[in-house]
Ligand binder design. Structure first.
Ligand code: NAD
Ligand code: ZN
Ligand code: ZN
Length: 340
């Protein structure tokens, strides 16, 4: 089968691999769609993030079960599923409660997720543990794949700060309306009463934000828009889906007193924290990572109820290289998804 991989020398490319057999407790999925995340670009640029190499990319997976290993119910064969992909140790209190995204041993694990240190879904097939499966029958496979990270991470990030958005007239700012950000706008709209300002450098991303329910859109100098919508108070929450130095420099001054800054992006910007200092008093800083299996079920439910969808652009798996290049040059609107 074909697989788009990070090789042991840290390069990315398509290779031929044997079709894997599911081990005990595992299923094999015929991949229907695998999302391409900006994190995959960070991984390529940083030659892996200290995980074991080689591995196949693809941490957003929708597939159809085509074989089951020993101990797994045969009735699963033929069902369409998505994969909860974060990797944890499986034994610590967080993992036992299904919060593998916050495993106590995260820093020392050889992988962060399926497709991030362990073979993922940018391939014709992939084997995963049955416990990772969430039913996704009836959903468009590309949308379903995007739910597992772009959707799940946004759901977790938004719900973690939702209590800061209950005051009447509360304002939430979403910086970076890409694969994650556009779903965050839709989730804010579905799960809170906040007024939403979407910020991006690309006109087509701002158009997408409008169609997902943003009340206002702005370029990087969003201060006037946020001031107007918040009647001069500032934003109750700023979610930064880029978190480069340039966006952090924009994000902090937008915050209201006791506002929350939620850093989702991994572009490497830094903010100095200390007292006295430039940050608003009472400010809360959050660094959410991915989401729990339970939250993935809730995210899939939002999609089934019709309030959450993903804007996707599909590429054949054989054109993985081109998809990575298009994401890198900012030519993707919404989520790029590879289809075997
Ligand atoms: P993406 O490339 O699809 O979207 C990024 C968006 O940001 C684009 O629309 C781009 O135009 C916009 N942008 C870039 N620079 C900007 C600037 N200076 N001002 C305003 N907008 C700007 O990326 P994605 O797949 O949505 O991922 C976003 C980030 O989130 C990445 O850094 C990724 O690694 C990270 N991420 C984090 C988690 C987590 O669990 N914390 C999970 C997934 C992805
Ligand atoms: Zn990702
Ligand atoms: Zn653990």
């Amino acid at each position: 089968m074909r697989a788009y991989r990070m090789t042991s020398s840290g390069a990315a490319g398509t290779m031929a691999l044997p079709v894997p057999d599911p081990a005990a407790g595992e299923v094999r999925l015929a991949v229907l769609a695998a999302g391409l995340c900006h994190s995959d670009l960070h991984v390529v640029d940083r030659g892996g993030l200290g995980w074991q190499l080689p591995f196949t990319f693809g941490h957003e997976i929708c597939g159809r079960v085509d074989a089951v290993g020993p101990g797994v119910r045969e009735e699963l064969i033929g069902t369409q599923v998505v994969v909860h992909a974060p990797v944890g140790c499986g034994r610590c209190p967080r993992c036992v409660r299904g919060r593998t995204n916050y495993c106590d041993h995260r820093a020392s694990l050889p992988a962060a997720g399926i497709g991030l240190g362990v073979d993922g879904g940018m391939a014709d097939t992939v084997t995963v543990d049955e416990s990772r499966l969430v039913p996704a029958d009836g959903l468009d496979p590309s949308t379903a794949a995007a739910l597992t990270d772009a959707g799940l991470t946004s759901y977790h990030a938004v719900t973690s700060c939702a209590d800061a958005l209950v005051e009447p007239g509360a304002v939430a700012v979403v910086i970076g309306v890409g694969g994650l950000g556009h779903m965050a706008v839709a989730i804010l709209r579905a799960c809170t009463d906040a007024r939403i300002v979407a910020v991006d450098t690309r006109a087509e991303a701002l158009e997408l934000a409008r169609s997902c329910g943003a009340h206002a859109v702005a370029g990087p100098d969003a201060a006037a828009t946020v001031a107007e919508l918040s009647q001069g108070r500032g934003a109750d929450v700023v979610l930064d889906f880029v978190a480069a130095q340039s966006t952090l420099d924009v994000a902090v001054p937008l915050l209201r007193t006791a506002g929350e800054l939620v850093l989702v992006g991994g572009a490497g910007g830094m903010i100095p924290v200390g007292k006295p200092g430039p940050l608003p008093s009472g400010m809360v800083l959050r660094l959410p990572f991915w989401g729990s299996r339970e939250e993935l079920v809730a995210t899939v439910d939002l999609a089934r109820s019709g309030v959450l969808t993903a804007r996707t652009t599909t590429f054949p798996l054989s054109e993985a290289e081109r998809a990575f290049a298009e994401l890198r040059r900012g030519a993707i609107v919404g989520r790029a998804v590879l289809v075997p």
